[in-house]
Design a protein around this ligand. Structure first.
Ligand code: AHR
Length: 496
C-alpha cells in the first residue's frame, strides 16, 4: 500500500530554530574528559587541550548551542574551583557520576574556548542545589561584565580581558530530583530569588531558563508557570527513552524485536508530552513569549558490560537513529513553542553522536541523522500532511512513517522521512503543491542498517553511514519514494 500525502511548498509556518539541534555535555564519565578535553600535552591532536577530531566532527553538523556543566553535576559544581592555573585547581569527588576524581582542569575558560572553536553558543547551567545566590551572580559577572569589578579583574588575571557573550543561563537542573528534591512551589520561589541576581551587563542580555518538569509532571509546569512565568524566558523539559524499566533498561545492542518496537513507541511519547505541557504554557503565556527547551532527551540503556555503571556509556545503533529522526520531527512540529533541545550527551554518554577510545573516534548512526537533518536548521517549516500508515507488531500498532519538511533560505525544499518498520519497505507518494511552473530536481540520502542493532565499532566505523538514495520518482508534481526498512531518508528538491 502506498501512503499518500500533500506538501504545500508555499505554506511556510514559521522558523525551525537551529537550537533544536543543540547538544549537552556534562562532567560525566568520558564525555568531557577524554571525549572533549585531552589537555595540551596529549599525543591526541588538540587545540588548547580540546581534541581536534571531535571539534571538526561537531562543526560539520553545525552544532548551534552546547549545554554545560550538567545535568546533576551542575548542582554540585562550584565554578571558582575551575579557574586559575590548572595545577592549583581543587580536586574533588564527582559524587553523582562514578565517584571519580574531578580535577577541574576543564572549567569556565576551557568551556568558552570549546564554544569558540565550535562556533556555537554557550548554554551554562548554574548551581541552585548546593550553591549560593552570590556564587551564581558572580559567575555571570565573571563571564559577562566588561567594566571594573572584582570578578572582571579576576577574569583578566586568568588571561581573559574581554567579557564573553553568554545568552543562555539555566537556574538549576532537575531541582525536583538531583538538584535539591524541591517541591514546585518551593523551587518557583527559589528560582525567582536566584534569577534576580543573574544580571544583564552592558549589551549582554541573558535568556533566563527555569528548571521545568520531569517527563509528564504536569503539575510542575502548572505551578512554575503560575508562580514564575514573568521571571523566565524558557522552561525546560527532560524526557529519556528507556525501553524497559529504570532498574532494567535493556541493552543498547543485541536486543529483541519487541524492544525495537517499544523503544520507538516510547520515543513517540515526546509528542504527547510537548503537546500537554504546551497547553499549560498557553494558558499562562498565550503569546508564546516563553520557550520550551527540551534540554535532555535521548535513549538510555544499560551500560556496556564491563564499564563503570556511573559513566552511562552505551553503544548507538540504527534504532537510535530512528529515535533521533522521530524526535527531531516532533520538535519541528512544535517549533512555535520548542526553541531549543539538547541531546544527551555529545560524546561517550547515553545517545552520543560521537564515541572515542584513546585516539580513535567514531560517528554513531545518531550523528549521521544530525548531519542529514542540518539542512532544517533555521529553515521554514512547511505544511506537510501524510497518511502515516500502520506498523503492527505483536498486536500493537505504531505509525509506519514519520515525516517533516522545510524550505531553506536558498529555496531548497528538504523532506525527511523515517520508516519505523524494521520488516518492510514503505511506499509514500506526495503531491508537491505551490511550485507551479518550476522544474524540480531531486536528490536523496538514506541511512539504514542490515539488522535492528546495526552499529559502528572502532574496528568497523563505517558500518552504518548515509548512502545516496535513488528510490524515488518525480512525475507530474507527484513525488513517489520507497523507503528502505528501518531507515531515515532526506530528499532535497531544487527548483530550476
Ligand atoms: O544525562 C544524565 C543525567 O540525566 C543528567 O545529569 C540529569 O540531569 C538527568 O537525570
Amino acid at each position: 500500500m502506498t501512503l499518500k500525502g500533500v506538501l504545500n511548498a508555499d505554506l511556510g509556518q514559521g522558523t525551525i530554530n537551529r537550537n533544536i539541534y543543540g547538544h549537552f555535555s556534562e562532567h560525566l564519565g568520558r564525555c568531557i574528559y577524554e571525549g572533549i578535553w585531552v589537555g595540551e600535552d596529549s599525543p591526541i591532536p588538540n587545540t588548547n587541550g580540546i581534541r581536534s577530531d571531535v571539534v571538526e566532527a561537531l562543526k560539520n553538523i553545525k552544532i548551534p548551542v552546547l549545554r554545560w556543566p550538567g545535568g546533576c553535576f551542575a548542582d554540585e559544581y562550584h565554578w571558582k574551583d575551575g579557574i586559575g592555573p590548572r595545577a592549583g585547581r581543587k580536586r574533588m569527588v564527582n559524587t553523582h557520576w562514578g565517584g571519580v576524581v574531578e580535577n577541574n582542569h576543564f572549567g569556565t575558560h576551557e568551556f568558552m574556548e570549546l564554544c569558540r572553536q565550535l562556533e556555537c553558543e554557550p548554554y551554562i547551567n548554574g548551581n541552585v542545589g548546593s550553591g549560593t545566590v552570590q556564587e551564581m551572580s558572580e559567575w555571570v559577572e565573571y563571564l559577562t561584565f566588561g567594566g571594573e569589578s572584582p570578578m572582571s579583574q579576576q577574569r583578566a588575571q586568568n588571561g581573559r580581558e574581554e567579557p564573553w557573550k553568554v545568552t543562555y543561563f539555566g537556574v538549576g537542573n532537575e531541582n525536583w530530583g538531583c538538584g535539591g528534591n524541591m517541591r514546585p512551589e518551593y523551587y518557583a520561589d527559589v528560582y525567582r530569588r536566584y534569577q534576580t541576581y543573574v544580571r544583564n551587563y552592558g549589551g549582554n542580555k541573558i535568556h533566563r531558563i527555569a528548571c521545568g518538569p520531569n517527563s509528564d509532571d504536569y503539575n510542575w509546569t502548572e505551578v512554575l508557570m503560575r508562580e514564575a512565568a514573568r521571571f523566565m524566558d524558557s522552561l525546560t523539559l527532560h524526557y529519556y527513552t528507556v525501553p524497559g524499566e529504570w532498574q532494567n533498561k535493556g541493552p543498547a545492542t543485541g536486543f529483541a524485536e519487541r524492544e525495537w518496537f517499544t523503544t520507538l513507541r516510547k520515543a513517540l511519547h515526546m509528542d504527547e508530552l510537548i503537546t500537554r505541557h504546551s497547553v499549560i504554557m498557553d494558558k499562562y503565556d498565550p503569546e508564546r513569549r516563553i520557550g520550551l527547551i527540551v534540554d535532555e532527551w535521548g535513549t538510555w540503556y544499560d551500560v556496556e558490560p564491563g564499564t563503570n555503571p556511573g559513566f552511562l556509556y552505551q553503544q548507538s545503533t540504527i534504532r537510535d537513529a530512528l529515535v533521533a529522526g522521530l524526535t527531531l520531527n516532533i520538535f519541528h512540529k512544535h517549533h512555535k513553542r520548542v526553541r531549543m533541545a539538547n541531546i544527551a550527551q555529545t560524546v561517550n554518554v547515553l545517545q552520543a553522536v560521537i564515541l572515542t577510545e584513546g585516539e580513535k573516534m567514531l560517528l554513531t548512526p545518531t550523528y549521521h541523522v544530525f548531519d542529514m537533518y542540518k539542512v532544517h536548521q533555521d529553515a521554514e517549516f512547511l505544511d506537510l500532511t501524510l497518511d502515516a500508515g500502520s506498523f503492527n507488531f505483536d498486536g500493537e500498532e505504531l505509525p509506519a512513517v514519520s515525516a517533516t519538511a522545510s524550505r531553506d533560505s536558498e529555496g531548497k525544499i528538504h523532506i525527511s522521512l523515517c520508516n519505523l518498520s524494521h520488516l518492510a519497505p514503505t511506499e509514500v507518494a506526495l503531491d508537491i503543491r505551490g511550485v507551479a511552473g518550476q522544474k524540480l530536481s531531486v536528490t536523496g540520502t538514506t541511512l539504514t542498517g542490515d539488522k535492528i542493532d546495526a552499529h559502528n565499532t572502532f574496528a568497523v566505523p563505517d558500518n552504518v553511514k548515509p548512502q545516496p538514495f535513488s528510490g524515488f520518482a518525480l512525475q507530474d508534481g507527484r513525488l513517489a519514494a520507497t523507503l528502505p526498512p528501518m531507515s531515515v531518508t532526506t530528499l532535497e528538491l531544487t527548483a530550476g
